[in-house]
Design a protein around this ligand. Sequence first.
Ligand code: ADP
Length: 281
Amino acid sequence: RIVVLGSVNMDLITRTPSLPDPGETVLGTSFTTSPGGKGSNQAIAAAKAGVSVAFIGAVGDDEFGATLRHTLSSAGVDDRALRTAAGSSGIAAITVDDQAENSIVVVPGANHHVRDLTEDDLAVIAEADILLCQLEIPLDTVVAAFEYARSRGVVTMLNPSPVQDLPDALVAATEVLVVNEAEEARLGHRVNEVPHVITTLGARGARYRGTESFEVSAPRVDAVDTTGAGDAFAGALAASWFTGPRASVEWACVAGSFATTRPGASASSGTRDEIDAVRDA
Ligand code: ADP
């Protein structure tokens, strides 16, 4: 069983020929809403991989909150520890122009209300095999959860995104670190303090350093949208971690690549069968 403690957002995506300058109004060509947030994306990716997943986080008491909760539960994620906080859900207002240039405003909303872990939250963590977190909720909450998880023998997996300086207590409580190349460069020597480090390398695949060192290449796919590939990778890694680093990193790599073949952040992740089919092709 996996527990994900993290963010859930509604992505509001507008397409327009060119981005508006300050004070300017431009006509857009399309508008879509799509569930996102790294926590939610990774929880859904792990659930689609066929393992039992619980999510701890918060949505707002607006319409997006109800939709986001439904998106998680219909993917099979246990939403009993998902709170509804007064105010808005987390949103990302994304504008993309014809050159694929974007401008993004993120409002954390309810995600910033994930501050105190309740007795129920702690019970959910204690019963899990793996706790998976990102950094789109208050850092203190992640540190507290990781320290508690370690005290209960739960494996802690951190995807430190958006990347920032990590407190010593968080590094000390992290067993598995999942980073892309930019995050790894930003964290520098700190990554060496973690027992297992997995670095995703985009179309080149992924690298593992820990009980051994190796690199796996990504399957060649027709990538149409790399949004959510890193989240699909992290969710699949957590779902398969107990098969051992090599098998797990290989499978997560295929899962990340599969996610690039479909649009969207959480809708793009594959089921176990879909991922296995790409691996065996
Ligand atoms: P992030 O999106 O977090 O920066 P990466 O770009 O490293 O992460 O991608 C995560 C994983 O997704 C990679 O390890 C790989 O498996 C897969 N992936 C990403 N881009 C491609 C691509 N163009 N072709 C095939 N696989 C890809």
